[in-house]
Design a protein around this ligand. Structure first.
Ligand code: MG
Ligand code: ZN
Length: 185
């Protein structure tokens, strides 16, 4: 049985690094389009959400943008590459938010729920009918703080008490969500 929290969802919040694309080494960031590499099956998984009529919203921490020499145009170029790679598999993001701030200086850097709440205002999202998918505890915490269900991506790991469900990767998480929609009729 799919977790009850995944029934009747309308919006999927997606972390980026480690969820859609290969996570850079700790303390490093994807700052150039050529460094963005999608995880296996991730673009198809996003496309399945799109085809099911579920809204997809990216919420990503990009602290490197708070550095004095960081160029927002670099982030825009990376994001354009992401959209291009998703589109190649028929996928798209309905909305995308990023936090460019240093740690502990804002209310949007996950684990804070600011990006999710802003998306909810701007797109009239019912947060109790949304799911946050990510590979970090900070994703789960942001989702819980905003009132969404949560799926933690953790290959081969046992369940996390903080998550409504745990899946190996994004394709597996999408299967869980789509199964839950079918079960809910
Ligand atoms: Mg991540
Ligand atoms: Zn922020």
């Amino acid at each position: 049985m799919p977790p009850p929290g995944l029934r009747a969802v309308s919006t999927i919040f997606l972390d980026r690094d480690g969820t859609i694309n290969v996570k850079p080494a700790e303390g490093e960031y994807v700052t150039a389009p050529a460094d963005l590499v999608l995880l296996p099956g991730a673009a198809r998984a996003v496309a399945r959400l799109n085809a099911a009529g579920l809204r997809t919203v990216l919420v990503t921490n990009q602290r490197w943008l708070s550095g004095p020499s960081a160029d927002p145009a670099c982030y825009a170029a990376v994001h354009a590459r992401l959209e291009q790679l998703l589109a190649a598999e028929g996928g798209w993001l309905d909305a995308a938010y990023h936090c460019p701030h240093a740690a502990a200086t804002c209310d949007c850097r996950k684990p804070c729920p600011g990006m999710l709440r802003r998306a909810a205002r701007e797109y009239r999202i019912e947060l109790d009918r949304a799911v946050m998918i990510g590979d970090s505890d900070s994703d789960l915490m942001a989702g819980r703080a905003a009132g969404t269900s949560t799926i933690l991506l953790r290959p081969g790991a046992a369940g996390s008490a903080a998550a409504d469900a745990v899946a190996d990767d994004l394709p597996a998480a999408v299967c869980l969500i789509l199964q839950a929609q079918t079960a809910a009729g």
